[in-house]
Ligand binder design. Structure first.
Ligand code: UDP
Length: 338
């Protein structure tokens, strides 16, 4: 089985590659333009005989022989996808077209990584797949939201026109190891701010809600979706229905990393959704899937991971990262420069 993972050096993509290479019969081709992904995320996979990395931007066509395609390529953090919004839109639309053409040519199954952002600033709560969403077409989030919506449309049109085997998942907020500490998203920000003893940045009044899924749970749902029969196309929501305000999240982080950080308030970014929580009934029925890792347990894991990243950045040694995080006692120090 030749499996292509686009965005395979990114946060979710690299966790997926790590899972897929464990099956020796799988040959994994990891494609990434390294815009937000990093070789560090796949360093432990690079020497495996069933893993291959190609630096490539899916906006440019590519011809490969593959059986399955996981299309995860796209910057997903608001600061990252807003840095070059035109390229973000190209990734979702032109990149999607290129991957659908590749799937069609190979008669491969393509699983598209869509997003809860297709629901925009939702007026229905929780969000089920039937909800069409409330998206600003002209705002600063539109390059991501509208791009991902158009990508879904392309998937279903390729299926209707050419019978291409497609599957669409809508991923809600996800966190875990390999999310870049400078990514700009809320859990990586709060945990790293707390570890450095810096103030926790609350955008707006902190009453907005999100539902956070630990990455291992998400990967399990993704792989199950890929293994469904051809007539199961989705869209299927994948996320953890536990819903928290950003103030509640900050409180949890402060309890776990008691470095005396205070809360500091910043402007709420434009079009920031007020509440988000997945209805995962469809995933339960189709995939027999639901998340198992609570936010508390997941935060403990991710705090341990970021402590390891601090060590790695201090002395540049990956070995120290792997072995010393248990004994780490460097909390509350301003350790990361730049
Ligand atoms: N947020 C925050 N402080 C931060 C980063 C984010 O309060 O340092 C808020 C942000 O405004 C949003 C929520 O946390 O309401 C989740 O933001 P994130 O960027 O993680 O994901 P998304 O907005 O795409 O759901």
């Amino acid at each position: 089985m030749r499996i292509l993972v686009t965005g395979g050096a990114g946060f979710i993509g690299s966790n997926l590659c790590t899972r897929l290479v464990k099956q020796q019969e799988n040959q994994i081709i990891c494609l990434d333009n390294l815009q937000t992904g990093s070789l560090q995320n796949i360093s432990e996979l690079m020497n495996l005989p069933n893993f291959e990395f190609i630096q490539h931007d899916i906006v440019d066509p590519i011809i490969l022989t593959v059986d399955k395609i996981y299309n995860a390529a796209c910057p997903a953090s608001p600061p990252a996808y807003q840095a070059d919004p035109v390229h973000t839109l190209k990734t979702s639309v032109i990149g999607m077209l290129n991957m659908l053409e590749l799937a069609k040519r190979n008669n491969a199954t393509l699983l598209q990584f869509s997003t809860s952002e297709v629901y925009g600033d939702a007026q229905v709560h929780p969000q089920s797949e039937e909800y069409w969403g409330n998206v600003n077409p002209d705002g600063i989030r539109s390059c991501y939201d509208e791009g991902k919506r158009a990508a879904e449309t392309l998937c279903f049109d390729y299926r209707r026109m050419y019978g291409t085997k497609i599957k669409v998942i809508r991923i809600f907020n996800t966190y875990g190891p390999k999310m870049n500490s400078e990514d700009g998203r809320v859990i990586s920000n709060f945990v790293n701010q707390a570890l450095r003893g810096e103030d926790i940045t609350i955008y707006g009044d902190g009453s907005q809600t999100r539902s956070f899924c630990y990455v291992d749970d998400l990967i399990e749902g993704i792989v199950r979706m890929m293994h469904t029969p051809d007539d199961v196309t989705g869209p299927v929501n994948l996320g953890n229905p536990g819903e928290f305000t950003m103030l509640e999240l900050a409180q949890k982080v402060l309890e776990k990393v008691p470095c005396g950080s205070k809360l500091t308030y910043r402007d709420l970014p434009k079009d920031d959704p007020k509440q988000r929580k997945p209805d995962i009934s469809r995933a339960k029925v189709l995939l027999n899937w639901e998340p198992k890792v609570s936010l508390d347990a997941g935060l403990d894991k991710v705090i341990k991971y970021y402590r390891g990243v601090h060590i790695r950045m201090d002395n540049g040694s990956v070995e120290a990262y792997a072995t010393s995080s248990e004994q780490w006692s460097g909390d509350c120090q301003h350790r990361i420069s730049g």
